[in-house]
Every structure is written in C-alpha cells, then in structure tokens.
Design a protein around this ligand. Structure first.
Ligand code: DAV
Length: 498
C-alpha cells in the first residue's frame, strides 16, 4: 500500500468515489447541472471605483447632471436588498421543484414531455391500492454561496490603491471550472483584484476533499501598475474607437497576461475566449499553454467597441447530435455584435447553427448599471434541453421554446444594477458532462492566435440565412443600436464600406 498516492484508502472508499466522479467537473455550458455557486449581494457591495480600467457613468442623464459617479461608495441598501432577494429566489428555484399529480391521467404527455427535459423523477409513488397520487421532483441543483465580505474596505498593491472593492454578485467573472480544475482569473480592474477571495473557501473545500482529481489553480496575479493600461483609452472619441476597432486594442495592453473568467465559454474539448476590455492576447496565450488538453480559440466581435464578458454576446446552447431525434448544435448570437465569418467557419463545418437573440424586452437600464441591455441573453443552461432566463424576456422565451427548450423564467432585473444577470451571478461547479470533441472537423493551429496584427472585421450578415447556417435572420438589426457602437452611417467611410 502506498500512502503517498492515496492507495492506502480502503478499496470500498475508492470505489465509491470513483463511481460518483469528482465533485468539480464542468466541460461545457450545457451539461446537466448538479452544483452551482450563486452570487451574493452583500450589505457592503460598492459602486465600481474609477481607475485605469474603469470609467463608469450614470445612465440616467438627469441624475448624472446632479451627482458624479459614486465610485467606491456603498450601494443603496434598498438596491442591495432587492438584488439579494432575487438571488435567493433563484437558489430556491434551482434547489427544488415538485409537482404533485393526483392521477395517472393528469400526467398527460405534454406535462411529461416538459418535465422530462427537467430531469424529473418520481419521488413518491402511490402507497396503497386504489390510490393514484404521486410526486415528481426535478433533479435538484445544489447551490453554494460565496463568503460574505466587506467590499467597502480600501485595497492596495505596491504600485496602486483602490478606494474600495466591488461586490460578490458575479462569481462568473472571477472563477471558472475547466474540467476538473477550478481556475481563479487574474481580473484587470484593481478594485476586483481580491474578489476571488469570496469564493476561496468553496475552492479550498472542494480541492481538499479530492486533491487527486480536483485542481485549484490561478494565473499569476498581474501587477495592476499603470504600465498595464492604455492610459488614453477612455479619452478616445467614438470615432477614434471605431477607427481602431480593426486592431482590437482596448484599455489593457499586452504587458502581462490578463483575463476575466466570464470571457471564456466551454464546449467540451474546445473553449472559446473573447479578446476584450478584460482579456488580452497574453491572457489567451496563458490559457492555451496551461490547458494543453483543451483547444483554445480566440473570438473577436469587432462591432462591440467596449467588449467585456462573452455571455451577452455569444452563448452556446447545445451540441450537434446525430440520429435518433438529435438536432442541430445551437449557439445564440447577439445581432448587434455579430461574430466573424472566419471564426464561425469552425462552427459551420461541425454542424452548429447560429440563432439571433431577439431584441431585449426592455432597453432601459438601472441608473448605475454598467452592463448593456443585452443582459437579456445572459441565461443559465440546466441541461441541453432546459434553460433559465429573465422573466421579462418573452421574445427569447418563445424562440427557445420553438427550438425545443424547456424554459424556466425567474425575476432578475434587480441584479442589472450589479453588473450582471442569470449567467453572471453563477459559477457552475459540477455538470454531468465530459471532455467531448464537438468540433472534430478542424486543424487546430495554436500559432495563428498570436499573430501580432489580427485585423479581420468581416462579420456574419445577421439579416441573411447564410445558406441555412443562421436559423432566424433579422431585419430589425442595424449595427449601431447599441449606445456603445456607431451606426454604419456614422462610421468612417473606410469602416462602413466593409
Ligand atoms: O453586454 O454589457 C455584461 C456582462 C457582465 N458580466 C454587456 C456584458
């Protein structure tokens, strides 16, 4: 028996653990969800302080005339309570859902079909002869919550300081599960440097319980010194930003690897990482070299001039399947931020289809929200057949139901003030999935990712079916509805003609 590699455990214990699989396991965005962390709106949640990677503005023009951006101040307690209540409700929905059926007859095929998608099982069968009552229960999702911290405390490093931190509503931004590895992101904002500590206890507990199979890992923390940032980024006019969009240069430069976990989306053996305000090329390179079992692909969305986090831009929903009622692989795209034709070729040739997200139900945003109205598409998949979306998003609900999903709706608009919605406020720990290859048709070349001068801005036309690749072409769309993006007619001729 060899104690060092764990073989000293009793064979029985070993067998039990093997049968259950590691408690940390998530390779896709859609595998059957078993354990998830849901963020907290802590009482000392703060407004983002102004710093080299963040210049926030109040959305309401009247309020903006009266007060400056309250960076570093604790948010209003009423806003905090409202978001906290919606997060608690989300946990309750994930944890349990029971249906009591009084007779077999009532268990009609429609109800059965929709509950099947939610992985429903019988919890209580009729106990006596002649009785027909049974209780069905959806396989519950275990929810974990971050540690409550005081975000109003100032923080500093050798070359910087920050008036406050931010909050713990969006563990998605700081933490990601890549297979059996828990990874802490570097972040790029000084105020968010220590945010992962709210999830540290969860990470440590999971790793300690199964150190042979679970990894707890982090990319080296950046210096956050002034040298890391393009200091003129927030002074650029819209026209200058539009002019520079071909070069995909944002506020963080390439001095040190930087990424937010929410810029990554997982599809089994392949993961996709958005180059953004919060993720640089070096961050993508770090991920590529540290996860050799995965194929890492950068993604670019040139019409988003302030990209941050991929989950309001490009959302894989289910993989392609073959035979027996299988269907198309599906990814939801943002029609205001179309993907590049060149980068979508991989998806097309591997049997995926794209689907335009409908325009959001509401375009107004809470006064202090620093996210776009595309939080409308910030959904959480419970399985390849079942998704949770915001209750106002009727258009999205219909589209998803029409494409075969069971849609669960919950209220989440109070979270918009805290930079996120249903996907942002979660961090999935365990899904029933594996490192499956959903993109077998490819020649994976790491080298092309590091081209110094990537300047492709040729995007998918979202108003055309693209020979069947895009399921629902939209005529509504025109580049520039988004307040961050110029309309085509406003754009410099060199760009508009593209
Ligand atoms: O479209 O503003 C927000 C994502 C926040 N985690 C957007 C992206």
């Amino acid at each position: 028996m060899d104690g060092r590699n764990g073989r000293s455990r009793s064979p029985r214990a070993g067998l039990v653990r093997q049968a259950s699989g590691p408690e940390v396991n998530a390779w896709t965005q859609w595998g059957d969800l078993e354990t998830v962390v849901v963020g907290n709106a802590d009482p000392q949640s703060c407004h983002l302080p102004v710093e080299p990677a963040c210049h926030s503005e109040i959305n309401d023009p009247h309020l903006a005339e009266s007060i400056p951006w309250p960076g570093g101040c604790v948010k209003h307690q009423a806003a905090i309570r409202a978001a906290a209540a919606q997060l608690d409700n989300f946990c309750a929905v994930l944890k349990a859902e029971c249906v009591k059926v009084v007779s077999e007859h009532a268990w009609d095929s429609e109800l059965k079909r929709s509950t099947d998608k939610r992985r429903t099982m019988i919890e209580q069968s009729p106990s006596k002869e002649g009785e027909d009552t049974r209780v069905y229960r959806k396989a519950p999702v275990s929810t974990l919550r971050p540690t409550v911290l005081d975000w109003s405390k100032p923080v500093s490093g050798p070359e910087w300081d920050s008036k406050s931190q931010y909050c713990a509503t969006c563990p998605r931004d700081t933490m990601i599960t890549l297979g059996n590895t828990i990874l802490e992101a570097t972040m790029s904002k000084r105020s968010r440097y220590f945010e992962h500590l709210a999830c540290r206890d969860i990470g440590l507990r999971l790793w300690r319980a199964d150190p042979d199979r679970v990894k707890l890992w982090a990319c080296p923390k950046p210096s956050m010194s002034d040298r890391m940032y393009h200091s003129d980024f927030f002074q650029l006019t819209k026209e200058q930003r539009f002019d520079r969009m071909r070069s995909y240069q944002f506020c963080v430069n390439e001095t040190e690897p930087v990424f937010d976990a929410a810029d990554i989306t997982r599809c089994g053996k392949d993961i996709f990482v958005q180059k953004s305000m919060t993720t640089n090329d070096l961050g993508i390179k770090w991920l590529t070299s540290h996860f050799p079992e995965l194929r890492v692909h950068p993604l670019h969305f040139p019409y988003d001039l302030h990209p941050s986090h991929i989950d309001c831009t490009f959302v894989p929903l289910r993989p392609p399947t073959t035979g027996d009622g299988g269907g198309d692989g599906l990814a939801l795209i943002n029609p205001e931020r179309p993907p590049l034709k060149s980068e979508m070729e991989l998806w097309r040739k591997n049997g995926w289809k794209l689907m335009n997200a409908p325009l959001p139900a509401q375009f107004d945003r809470p006064a202090f929200s620093q996210s776009s109205y595309w939080l409308s598409m910030n959904l959480l998949s419970l399985s390849p057949r079942s998704v949770v979306i915001e209750e106002n998003e009727v258009g999205l609900c219909k589209l998803l139901e029409d494409t075969g999903f069971d849609v669960i709706t919950i209220p989440m608009r109070h979270m918009y003030d805290f930079g996120g919605a249903i996907h942002c406020c979660t961090w999935d720990i365990k899904r029933r999935d594996s490192c499956t290859d959903h993109f077998p048709e490819q020649e994976y070349r790491r080298a092309h990712m590091y081209e110094e001068s990537f300047n492709d801005i040729d995007v998918i036309d979202v108003s055309s079916a693209n020979s069947g690749f895009l399921l629902n072409p939209t005529k509504d769309f025109k580049i520039g509805c988004h307040e961050n993006v110029l309309t085509r007619s406003e754009a410099p001729a060199s760009v508009a003609s593209k």
